[in-house]
Design a protein. Structure first.
Lengths: 311, 420
């Protein structure tokens, strides 16, 4: 029924073929999207680039053109190496852990069991909560003096004295990664649930008939067919996690310097918190950030395609 | 046919509006500077960006103030209240886009004066107001012989101690010297229950405040005349003493990574013997009624008279075409005793005017601060370089707890001398 209605040619009287529209009409349909791209993507990007080429006073007043000086200052910043290393550790470990854990949980959640609906709802909750609130909640959980985590570990007898999860340099990154994984799980799990549900039952049945063990079925049937879902989940998570500000900023706010900052919080601190307090430098760091994430995603997609072609 | 053409038109128009809107946002800066070139016309509406001292009182006060201002002067005051967390960011953005407010409430002013953005007192502050402001604050509000940093309120720090813990530890009186402080901290820390003797916040939130209190009470300073003396022998001695307290585990865990708010929380929960506090902390403690605390002057190293560290925030006036009269009327009204002192009382801070000090004398709770206020020492807020040095201190001072205090102060001295 519906098929026939959509197929009815609309512009036969004016001589346009099916699926063709006048350029003006096409523009009209595209206009809102174009306006959004200009207003929300291109325009701010141009402003960011302009800011990165300006010399700014600590008050935010533009004093003149800086040429490429802001970029040199960022690239020569003594802490840039630390910040980049942190960013790599942060993105790789959060995304990798998220994907692995989500694969397991998604596999579990597609099974039918009583109360499945509630478990699925429960998993959405961390996604629905604001990141700042979640981060603040974890600050309380991790607290040295009255945090629940330390309390629990001590009452079980695992540790004697509290662990300074956020202030001790060897724990800070791990503590942040845990929260990063926690908030990335819901989205990833649901991508995988959708992916698993899209796999036709026949292939599993065929595998069973062929005598494949459960592990073989998962490894050689489910996983390859999940490729598109894996690809989407990885690319989007890399971008989200790379750009994640609230978690790193909130959990790390007691630590001086840039010891645990990623490029995003580094950029913010350059503009407002550090002794540089320089909007121009921060904008330059912002431009470098955008280029960096584009590069990472491009390289990733390249690798994935390359594998597909050579198969 | 007609409908498609119509919708094309509408969409096209919408696109044009959106696009123009986007561009308009950018050229706002150009428009504003165009105004200042023409100048001349008198502003009837001015904008105030105020910092949020408390959720309950700040907005209520400024809204009521705007109404009175309108009734008395005929000018309109637009009020925007901004949280302390984001005010630096917002003010910087406003200035970048050439959309500075007429009056901005912030904890620094000298950089703005240096950039030539501000009106000085000759242009916008009534004379009787200037003579009413406490001399200390006029001094620290003056940049290159002109008074730009008009204080809205002040605070002074003092030693808060937990009387119950002190009693339990058998300490009869609050410490008068640093040796006594160390001894008291030792006794409190030795009590069962894992209490901190002295809560020492050297984290990035406000380490310059904590360190100021200590260094002033060792006869040190940030600046001596025109030269920076951050790495003076006295200051190295002070920071070394703080490191000693830390190493001896007389403080809470990891002072270098503890922000002021966390140290206050620790004291509020009754798990710290001593902390440097100010009147809003007293307000919170009175509300909670959980900790039996006493406020005392902060001990000096050698037992000489205690010095206090004072802080003021500022209401600075931005130069915008034709806004002098409205801005002057604003200050005239704000510094009326019934306005400014109501605000200060509600927020739990201290006065900045001579009439205010007289008015608050009757409040026994505030006496300990008021006595010290006229002689309070401030950080060098009158030097634009301080606005950067302050940030450097916040990010680096804590490093001395695991490193070499002298090296840390040397580094800060270098930063200060470089940022002229």
């Amino acid at each position: 029924m519906s098929r026939t209605t959509t197929r009815t040619p609309r512009h036969t009287s004016s001589g346009y073929a099916v699926g063709r529209v006048r350029p003006l009409v096409a523009l009209a349909w595209l206009a809102p999207a174009l306006a959004l791209i200009f207003g929300v993507v291109l325009f701010p990007a141009v402003m960011l680039f302009q800011a990165s080429r300006g010399e700014y006073s600590i008050t935010g007043l533009r004093k003149g053109d800086a040429g490429w000086a802001n970029y040199t200052k960022v690239l020569e910043h003594p802490d840039l190496g630390t910040v980049l290393t942190n960013t790599v550790i942060w993105v790789v470990s959060v995304v990798a852990l998220t994907i692995v854990i989500s694969l397991g949980l998604a596999q579990f959640l597609v099974k039918n069991f009583p109360g499945r609906r509630f478990v699925r709802w429960a998993i959405i909750v961390p996604w629905a909560a604001s990141l700042v609130i979640t981060a603040q909640l974890f600050v309380l959980l991790y607290d040295f003096n009255y945090g629940l985590i330390n309390h629990a570990l001590k009452s079980v007898g695992l540790i004697e004295t509290s662990i300074d999860f956020l202030g001790n340099d060897s724990w800070t990154m791990a503590s942040m990664v845990l929260v990063g994984v926690f908030v990335s799980l819901p989205f990833t799990i649901f991508v995988f649930i959708a992916g698993i549900n899209a796999i036709p039952d026949d292939v599993h049945e065929a595998a069973v008939v062929d005598g494949a063990s459960p592990w073989q079925r998962w490894r050689q049937v489910t996983l390859p067919l999940l490729r598109p879902a894996l690809l989407v989940a990885t690319v989007l998570n890399v971008i989200y996690v790379f750009n994640s500000f609230p978690i790193v900023y909130t959990l790390n706010d007691r630590n001086p310097g840039y010891l645990h900052d990623t490029t995003i919080t580094f950029m913010y601190k350059l503009a407002f918190k550090s002794q540089e307090k320089d909007v121009g430098m921060s904008a330059a760091a912002g431009v470098i950030n955008v280029l960096l994430i584009l590069l990472v995603v491009a390289v990733y997609l390249r690798i994935v395609n390359w594998r597909e072609e050579t198969r | 046919m007609r409908t498609t053409r119509k919708s094309a038109l509408i969409a096209g128009a919408a696109f044009a509006v959106l696009f123009a809107g986007a561009c308009g946002g950018g050229s706002g800066a150009g428009d504003a500077s165009g105004d200042s070139a023409s100048g001349g016309e008198e502003a009837k509406t001015i904008k105030l960006v105020a910092a949020e001292y408390s959720k309950d009182n700040t907005k209520a006060f400024w809204d009521a103030f705007a109404k009175t201002y309108k009734d008395k002067t005929g000018y309109t005051l637009e009020v925007q209240v901004v949280s302390w967390d984001t005010i630096d960011q917002q003010s910087s953005t406003m200035i970048q886009n050439n959309q500075a407010p007429d009056i901005l409430n912030l904890n620094a002013y000298a950089s703005y004066a240096k950039d030539g953005l501000l009106h000085d007192s000759d242009a916008v502050l009534p004379d009787n107001v200037k003579s009413d402001i406490l001399e200390t604050f006029v001094k620290y509000g003056t940049y290159q012989d002109k008074f730009y940093g008009f204080p809205d309120l002040s605070s002074a720090r003092a030693l808060f101690y937990n009387a119950d813990l002190f009693k339990q530890a058998g300490i009869a009186a609050p410490p008068k010297t640093w040796a006594e402080l160390e001894d008291s901290a030792k006794k409190v820390a030795a009590l069962p229950g894992g209490n901190a003797g002295y809560a020492l916040p050297l984290g990035p939130e406000e380490s310059q405040g904590e360190f100021s209190m200590w260094l002033f009470n060792n006869g040190g300073a940030w600046k001596d005349g025109d030269s920076w003396v951050i790495n003076s022998a006295k200051n190295v001695e002070t920071l070394t003493f703080l490191k000693k307290l830390t190493d001896a585990k007389l403080t809470q865990n990891n002072p270098a990574r503890t922000n002021r708010a966390d140290a206050f929380d620790l004291f509020k929960s009754g798990k710290a013997g001593m902390v440097v506090g100010f009147s809003p902390l007293a307000g919170d403690l009175d509300k909670d009624k959980k900790v039996n605390y006493v406020v005392a002057p902060f001990p000096s190293n050698d037992g000489s008279e205690s010095k206090t560290f004072g802080v003021t925030d500022y209401l600075m006036a931005f130069k915008k075409p034709g806004n002098e009269k409205a801005v002057k009327a604003f200050y005239e009204l704000y510094y009326q005793p019934d306005q400014i002192n109501t605000f200060i009382e509600k927020e739990g801070f201290l006065p900045v005017t001579k009439t205010g000090v007289e008015k608050f004398q009757s409040n026994a709770k505030l006496k300990v601060y008021l006595d010290t206020l006229p002689n309070a020492q401030l950080t060098p807020t009158d030097d634009p370089a301080w606005d950067k040095v302050k940030l450097a201190v916040q990010q680096n001072l804590g490093g001395a707890m695991t490193g070499d205090p002298k090296a840390v102060l040397d580094g800060l001295q270098k930063t200060a001398e470089a940022s002229k």
